[in-house]
Design a protein around this ligand. Structure first.
Ligand code: DLL
Length: 439
């Protein structure tokens, strides 16, 4: 597998040089926002910040945060800095709860975005010889087109199958000898399950997949192992992070060392803050990720609160890159369930479940309010439905799962084992939590 570094000049910079570059970019960005986006002009003026007052990177703390609500309040183009004629693309989030979040790109933004994706897919091991199937939905979601252009930039052969139509996906994988797949972890696992189901007709040896470029939702190390084992044959997956407000995929991704996701730091300046107080935390601390996109122009992002919880490691990596690495996303500050005073992230439940035989990694958390107390039911899918008739075994399995989850969360839970294939599968991001407390 390739150990190539796409842009060594930028990915292996000395930290002092990188920080000098970031400072120059930050000053340019603040000046640009001040002059071109009335929303930022007002915010910066109220905070008393001008570009020439920024003398070092930590002066960023004087700039107010930008939130998703700011984007919604200014729907659709209120935060844009350029007239529509200068936009070459618009994407938007699904907006299930209120106005969608609309983002746009100038030609230069698209060029930077492709460069960022080229770096992370190269770090994962993709090359110009890779045949890669993109199983993200093409459309307003940034995942498919973002990876598409970055993979084309490195010269890979892109197969834009989009999401869904699983049997057709598998057919193309076999017939085109596809090497790499782009998908959410849950869909990548589902594809493997579907391939096993068809193995009588099409043996698993007919698949040549060696790389999974996964992202857009969390993937615990346990889930990663499960996915790799289901595909077998040396299949290797990397975790990749990004969000529409920050271009899309490409902000960070794992290299072959898989020791955190390398951040394209010459484009993204990251901070970690305490989600509740908004205080900036020390380097290495765990908290909410705040990102300033130093190079994006169509809709600039100053100190965007991602709501994603992680920490950042600034030590150089064994791969040769010096860019800082983000820990896998631990949870979202707004996805975190507070149950009887305890913080619960779906990823903790996932870690507890994987590794227990006889259950599939498909699960759901159902939260209810009973009287004044919140209750958590964890629904877990069995692999073998006949277990339902074997009460002794069923009970033992239930006890094991109960113990594993309770040990991690420290709160009482209810475990329900459900029939195989009854928990909904998703071709995009999986929905793990059903919160019925406000109904
Ligand atoms: O999911 C962009 C993307 C596409 C990233 C494909 C990677 C691959 P949004 O739809 O705006 O953009 O969703 C962004 O998804 O704030 C995280 O909560 C979550 N997320 C994205 N990547 C990861 C990841 C794309 N690797 C939101 N691990 C973010 C955990 C992730 N969560």
């Amino acid at each position: 597998m390739s150990n190539k570094i796409w842009n060594p000049e930028r990915e292996c910079m000395r930290r002092a040089d990188l920080e000098a570059l970031q400072l120059a970019e930050l000053k340019d960005l603040v000046d640009y926002c001040d002059r071109n986006v009335p929303f930022y002009h007002k915010r910066l003026q109220e905070a008393g910040v001008t570009a020439d007052k920024i003398k070092c990177l930590s002066d960023i703390q004087y700039i107010p945060y930008t939130t998703k609500q700011d984007l919604r309040d200014n729907y659709p183009f209120g935060l844009f800095s350029v007239p529509k004629k200068d936009l070459v693309r618009i994407h938007a989030s699904s907006g299930t709860t209120g106005n969608p979040t609309v983002v746009g790109y100038t030609r230069e933004d698209l060029d930077n975005w492709s460069e960022q994706v080229a770096r992370i897919v190269t770090a994962a091991g993709a090359t110009d010889e890779t045949v890669v199937q993109i199983c993200f939905g093409y459309g307003m979601f940034t995942g498919a087109l973002g990876l598409h252009y970055g993979l084309e930039r490195i010269g890979a052969t892109v197969v834009p199958t989009s999401s869904g139509n699983t049997e057709k996906q598998l057919k193309f994988m076999r017939d085109f000898e596809t090497d790499a797949v782009v998908a959410t972890p849950s869909y990548c696992l589902y594809l493997a399950e579907a391939a096993h189901e068809l193995a009588d007709k099409f043996p698993m040896e007919q698949y040549k997949l060696s790389l999974g470029l996964l992202g857009s939702e969390g993937c615990t190390p346990e889930m990663r192992t499960q996915i790799e084992e289901r595909w077998g044959n040396g299949f290797f997956v990397t975790d990749n992070y990004g969000m529409s407000e920050l271009n899309g995929p490409g902000m960070s991704g794992e290299c072959r060392c898989r020791n955190g996701m390398h951040i394209c730091e010459d484009h993204f300046l990251c901070e970690i803050i305490d989600a509740a107080s908004g205080q900036v935390l020390d380097k290495g601390a765990t908290g909410e990720l705040v990102v300033t996109n130093l190079t994006k122009r169509a809709i600039p992002m100053l100190r965007y609160r991602t709501k994603d919880i992680t920490n950042i490691n600034y030590e150089p990596c064994a791969c040769g890159r010096t860019t800082a690495r983000m820990h896998k996303i631990i949870g979202r500050s707004d996805d975190m369930l507070k149950i009887r005073g305890v913080n619960v992230f779906p990823s903790q439940v996932e870690s507890a479940l994987i590794g227990i035989d006889q259950i599939s990694p498909h699960y759901q958390l159902v939260v209810r309010r009973e009287g004044f107390a919140d209750t958590l039911e964890v629904r877990v899918e069995m692999i073998d439905g006949s277990l339902l008739e074997k009460y002794g075994e069923l009970e033992a399995l239930q006890r094991r799962i109960h113990h594993a989850i309770k040990t991690i969360l420290g709160i009482e839970i209810k475990v329900s084992l459900v029939e195989p294939k009854t928990i909904e599968r998703f071709t995009g991001k999986a929905k793990r939590v059903i919160d019925l407390r406000n109904q």
